[in-house]
Design a protein around this ligand. Structure first.
Ligand code: HT7
Ligand code: ZN
Length: 880
């Protein structure tokens, strides 16, 4: 397979001003007629080079240029291109191709999900629909006509505004849609199906009425209101916070069951994985409700950050994705608890993106090369990309950042641009130089930041010396220093923030400030500090780095109680837990009896007994770091020791704090019992704490807790409580009750695929012995199919990513199981196959025996026959 390099970028030779498409949808094929109004790109130089159009899996039926039919001698076709020689600088090209959506299992291009036709064109799916210049810097005005059998497909949708419709002979009908905004082909969408819709409207800030429609299959019509509410909140928020108004007369969302990712921001016609749009109390958890809110917002925000201003090429993917993730994170922070949202995002980033940064697929936020672009929809491009935008926000402040985004949108509306253009707008709007900062876009790897303190009582100075470094990553041995914004405070003995004055400054500038660390080693000296303070560093996780400061456990307990920054209160608790758990890991490895540091128990007791604390924060702080995070921070991860240590800590805490946990549980469950479900922050906080308490209590194995758990399982009115109770049972030793609950749950929800996904996941994540056998048995369940990506993620993905102790069993059977399924999936859905590979790529983290076994499976995949470029790229880079 060919490697594509950023340095080879060239402007397109030709442009497409107008794209007129007609789709004739049939059960055994589809005909696509494309009329492309084209011209030579004036920026590309003189002469008329050959026109090379992208096209894959297309059967060319006819081709004409300016109404002159072309014969086989006039063009060349191979499996990915159609080439021909234009004779004039402007011309119209007409083509007709036959395609087969009914057999398209890769879910890219035009395909069928159940009974409905739908599309997924990002990144390079449009070339499976018709011959085209399928690259994001070719932007065109699309008119689309869809024709299909009326009875089976009463709803016919495409981008833009509806302009005409009618009936045809033979029970068929048609509809024409016109999108006035020029767009790249990756934003094209088409849907045809028997769909119902919930309709609403939104009045924009300039008083225009926009029709809002969410289309779903009829059985899901009662699960749409939460998404509609989320959409309206998103539209208002983007007006208020960014001054961005929606532009078409109609905005549509369609839910489909078979979808490779979460959702897609096609202009005016967003297509969603049903898991990211459907939610009601009885079937979706709090987390699912929050995910729907976040994904609806994310896709809506793309209308400006992605659609109106798009990417010049796919190396710039983070231009739209990093920025839009930052926008959706801020939206969620404003709609819910800001601190909790930040805690969740940072925990996710540190566990998963840091692992990617430390592995064989490590790449910069703006990659330099790729084989298959689908492999670069990564945590680095999305999540780290968002952190990079957040750092710009931190450095410029909210006002400066808004000036920068205003300039960016104004300057580049209707253009396809680069990450450099984004940063330039920030620079120009604020009169600053971000050239060193841009290393965040080009250098891969997670920087280490170690901090040393020095207190001089006589001089009343306190110095912090920062040393930064960044490990080598594939293709990048040496790294230059980053600009690292470090938000910090200094706490006095009473836990108050001291006024902060740096040497040379006339006066103190508050008790919280941002230092810019720009050198490999750099010292900052604070003056007027009478007593040695305790530093609170990297508040709010102000930069995506691994911070190292030698806190004692007592200091961490102090920060847990007193830090004015909520995020750092949580962070202190996490660091304390990590120290304690690592001590237990050591004891386990040495064959010693495990002894839990009582300070952790005391800290948790204080949290539980203080009724004034925010319940959401208490819930976060009572959650121990995950096994995956403990793995990420280990040099060589001992899966068994980590599992044993964490389980022991959970049991000890459950026993030692039985009474306060029970009190919290009972109080919260009583309120839940008497209150109708709402997916609002205070309700969610109450249920989260209730369910964490329940999971600790269940460690005791006491009958009274089992009764409480069963009562919750049976009597609750919502999926959050029901699924938590089920998860706790599944992870317990109450075999009879577990089997009974699982069976009753499956019987009741067997017709709801999204609920069955949760049923699969809960069992796939169970760390009790025998996990692989349970997962293999579940693959035989009638509700399971490898053809549906949600099912693959729910069972295989959950097992390999969340059930580490079973996946990494020492005989390598977990690895063999995953490799077998990657090989199977490779044949019909390469994107999903490639994404499942991630756990195997992390082989360097494990002991020599497991390394051998994991590499052997990667080699077996490589030798298994015809590999897609998706799977080939990940496997070959992992073994390099
Ligand atoms: N921009 C969308 C990306 C996406 C995608 C990429 C590759 C293959 C399938 C896909 N489905 C959606 C989603 C987003 O970030 O908003
Ligand atoms: Zn996105």
């Amino acid at each position: 397979p060919k490697v594509i390099y950023l340095k080879d970028y060239q402007v397109p030779d030709y442009l497409i001003d107008e794209t007129n498409l007609t789709f004739e949808l049939y059960e055994d094929h589809t005909l696509v007629h494309a009329q492309l109004v084209m011209r030579r790109n004036p920026e590309a130089g003189a002469g008329l080079p050959p026109l090379v159009l992208d096209g894959q899996q297309l059967e060319l039926l006819s081709l004409s240029m300016d109404d002159r039919e072309l014969g086989a001698a006039d063009y060349q076709v191979d499996d990915s291109h159609l080439s021909l020689q234009p004779v004039a600088p402007t011309f119209t090209l007409d083509s007709t191709v036959r395609i087969h959506p009914e057999t398209n299992t890769a879910l890219e291009g035009l395909y069928k999900s159940g009974k409905m036709f739908c599309t997924q064109c990002e990144a390079e799916g449009f070339r499976k629909i018709t011959y085209y210049l399928d690259r994001p810097d070719v932007m065109s005005a699309f008119t689309t006509t869809v024709s299909a059998e009326q009875h089976r497909y009463p709803v016919l949708l495409s981008n833009g505004n509806p302009v005409a419709s009618g009936s045809e002979e033979g029970g068929r009908h048609w509809a024409t849609w016109e999108d006035p905004f020029k767009k790249p082909a990756y934003l094209f969408a088409l849907v045809a199906g028997d769909l119902w819709c919930v309709e609403d409207s939104f009045t924009t800030m300039s008083q225009r009425e926009v029709a809002l429609r969410i289309y779903v299959e009829p059985e899901n019509i009662d699960k749409v209101q939460h998404a509609m509410d989320s959409l309206k909140k998103s539209m208002r928020w983007d007006e208020e916070v960014y001054g961005r108004e929606y532009d078409l007369d109609i905005f549509m969302i369609v839910a489909v069951n078979d979808f490779n990712m979460g959702a897609m921001e096609n202009k005016g016609l967003n297509i969603f994985n049903s898991s990211c749009v459907l939610a009601k109390a009885e079937t979706a958890t709090d987390a699912a409700h929050q995910r729907v809110e976040a994904v609806v917002a994310h896709e809506y925000f793309h209308n400006w950050s992605g659609n109106r201003v798009t990417c010049r090429d796919w190396f710039q993917l983070s231009l739209k994705e990093g920025f839009t993730v930052f926008r959706d994170a801020e939206f969620s922070a404003d709609m819910n608890s800001r601190t909790v949202k930040r805690i969740e995002d940072v925990a996710f980033l540190r566990t998963n993106q840091f692992a990617e940064d430390a592995g064989p697929m490590a790449h910069p936020v703006r990659p330099d090369s790729f084989i298959e672009i689908s492999n670069f929809y990564t945590l680095t491009v999305y999540e780290k990309g968002s952190e990079v935008v957040r750092m710009i926000h931190t450095l410029l402040g909210a006002e400066g950042f808004r000036k920068g985004t205003d300039l960016y949108f104004e300057r580049h509306d209707g253009q396809a641009v680069t990450c450099d253009d984004f940063v330039k707008a920030m620079e120009d709007a604020n009169g600053i130089d971000l050239s060193q900062f841009k290393r965040w876009y080009s250098q891969a790897g997670t920087p280490r930041l170690s901090v040393e303190e020095a207190f001089d009582a006589a001089a009343q100075t306190y110095s912090l010396t920062f040393r930064q470094s960044c490990p080598a990553t594939p293709g990048q041995a040496e790294k230059q220093p980053f600009v690292i914004p470090v938000e910090l405070g200094l706490l006095d003995a009473a836990g108050r923030d001291l006024p902060l004055r740096l040497a040379g400054e006339a006066e103190a500038q508050g008790g919280n400030r941002v230092l810019s660390v720009t050198e490999a080693e750099q010292t900052f000296t604070f003056v007027g500090i009478a007593e040695k303070p305790l530093p609170s560093l990297l508040r709010g996780f102000s930069a995506p780095v691994k911070l190292n400061f030698p806190y004692s456990r007592d200091q961490l307990m102090f920060l847990m109680q007193h830090d004015s920054d909520g995020f750092n209160r949580w962070e202190a608790g996490q660091q304390l837990s990590v120290q304690v758990l690592q001590e237990l890991v050591g004891q386990y490895q040495r064959g010693e009896a495990l002894v839990l540091d009582q300070r952790l128990v005391d800290a948790f007791r204080t949290l539980l007994e203080d009724a004034t604390l925010d319940q959401a924060m208490v819930a976060e702080m009572l959650s121990l770091p995950s096994e995956a995070y403990l793995t990420e921070i280990s040099d060589v991860a001992d899966v068994d020791a980590i599992h044993a240590a964490r389980e022991f800590a959970r049991q000890s805490i459950g026993q030692a704090l039985f009474q306060p946990l029970l009190a919290r549980y009972q109080a919260n469950r009583a309120i839940s019992r008497d209150t109708a479900y709402k997916a609002e922050a205070d309700h969610i906080a109450r249920r989260t704490l209730q369910n964490i308490a329940l999971s600790y209590l269940m460690q005791s194995g006491r009958g009274e807790v089992l009764d409480a758990c069963l009562e919750q399982f049976d009597a609750c009115d919502n999926m959050t409580e029901r699924l938590s109770a089920l998860a706790v049972l599944v992870n317990s030793g109450f075999e009879r009750e577990k089997a009974d609950a699982l069976a009753r749950f499956a019987e009741y929800f067997k017709d709801d695929p999204l609920v069955m996904d949760q049923w699969f996941s809960v069992q796939a994540g169970c760390g009790l012995p025998g996990g692989l056998e349970r997962v293999k048995a579940l693959m035989e369940h009638p509700a399971f199919t490898l053809k549906n990506p949600n099912k693959v993620r729910a069972l295989i993905g959950a097992f390999a990513n969340q059930n580490l102790v079973n996946f990494h069993r020492a005989d390598g059977e977990g690895y063999r199981f995953l490799a077998d399924h990657v090989i199977t999936l490779n044949a019909f859905n390469p994107q999903i196959a490639s994404r499942q590979l991630a756990p195997l790529t992390r082989w360097r983290k494990y002991d020599a025996g497991r390394q051998q076994l994991m590499k052997a499976e990667l080699e077996r995949i490589l030798a298994s026959g015809e590999l897609s470029s998706d799977v080939f790229e990940v496997v070959s880079k992992s073994l390099a």
